[in-house]
Design a protein around this ligand. Structure first.
Ligand SMILES: Nc1ncnc2c1ncn2[C@@H]1O[C@H](COP(=O)(O)OP(=O)(O)OP(=O)(O)O)[C@@H](O)[C@H]1O
Length: 222
């Protein structure tokens, strides 16, 4: 469902990772590792938002490098920080993402918007929203088009407890028929999502897999 080979990335002289490989079956995965280990960078590369120096990514067997448009149709990515124009409203964002995905904002999205308590903020500009409200809109938009593969960077950051529960439930459901891969330092949230743990150290050094427990490495051993 999500496969990546030989992913390498440096910023200037600094090598962040080299030769990362993985093949993930449907399910829920939490990407964990120390600050600065490259989790956000890897999610950005897997989504196509950040260019890798080398390597290839396949979404449902479609190469993100050679067929980016079809590959992205089955994919959504919610970065940790909102890259939205400050003058856009919540409603604008949902419409914009729906248009980009060649679909419409369906009842499932409106249900999530309501569960997140976003209805009063649909006409609010992003510049006037709290960070948590911005995050909820970004996450709601990530479900538009029913993407099979969802990449979420620190999705529980800034969310209140109720929103975290709603989100964990949605992520668990996605893992039943698709794939959700998210970076998180939030152990309680990771557990609520029922996520398999993927550690950056193991992705960077797959030869170490023999020393790890099966739950952590079953999807990434070669
Ligand atoms: N655009 C950039 N230019 C230069 N260096 C960058 C850039 N983006 C990330 N880095 C560096 O790459 C390294 C990995 O960053 P990244 O944000 O991917 O780590 P992370 O594991 O997500 O960290 P955290 O847990 O703190 O969110 C860091 O040292 C960071 O400073």
């Amino acid at each position: 469902m999500l496969r990546f080979e030989r992913i390498t990335k440096s910023f200037g002289w600094r090598r962040i990772f080299q030769g990362i490989r993985g093949e993930l079956a449907p399910g829920v995965y939490a990407l964990q590792g120390p600050n600065g280990s490259g989790k956000s960078t890897l999610l950005g590369i897997l989504s196509g938002a950040i260019a890798a120096d080398a390597g290839e990514v396949w979404i449902n067997g479609v190469s993100l490098q050679t067929a980016p448009l079809p590959a992205r149709q089955g994919l959504s990515y919610a970065p940790d920080e909102s890259p939205i124009y400050p003058f856009m409203t919540g409603c604008d964002l949902l419409d914009f993402v729906a248009m980009a995905k060649k679909t419409r904002v369906g009842s499932d999205i409106l249900e999530l918007v309501a569960q997140f308590g976003l209805d009063p903020h649909l006409q609010t500009r992003f510049s006037a929203m709290s960070l948590g409200t911005q995050k909820k809109f970004m996450l709601s938009a990530a479900w538009i088009g029913d993407p099979q593969v969802m990449l979420l960077d620190e999705p529980s950051n800034g969310l209140d407890n109720h929103a975290r529960e709603i989100l964990a439930q949605r992520i668990r459901l996605r893992g039943l028929e698709g794939l959700a891969l998210f970076a998180s330092h939030d152990a309680t949230f990771v557990e609520a999502c029922g996520a398999n743990i993927l550690r950056m150290e193991h992705l960077k050094s797959p030869e170490h897999c023999n020393h790890c427990n099966a739950r952590e490495t079953i999807q990434i051993c070669y």
